[in-house]
Ligand binder design. Sequence first.
Ligand code: ZN
Length: 84
Amino acid sequence: METAPCPECNYEISLPNPRAGQRISCPNCGADLEVITGHPLELDWVYTEPDDDWETLDDDWDEDWDDDRPGGAGEDKDEDWEDL
Ligand SMILES: [Zn+2]
């Protein structure tokens, strides 16, 4: 069990098995936190780098786009149509 103070409210947060990169929410103030190091436990606010933002947007865009293009959800329809 590792403990570290919340950077937002100083609430002592306990994690049984913290891992670097783990996302948690402060049980006291609800702040979105990220485990910087597990041993010793160090917490910081979750921050999103511009690259991460871009990748997230790109993923969403790909998913929407896949729905409309052949090879995505439409592929099965095309095959059925060819069988007929
Ligand atoms: Zn807090």
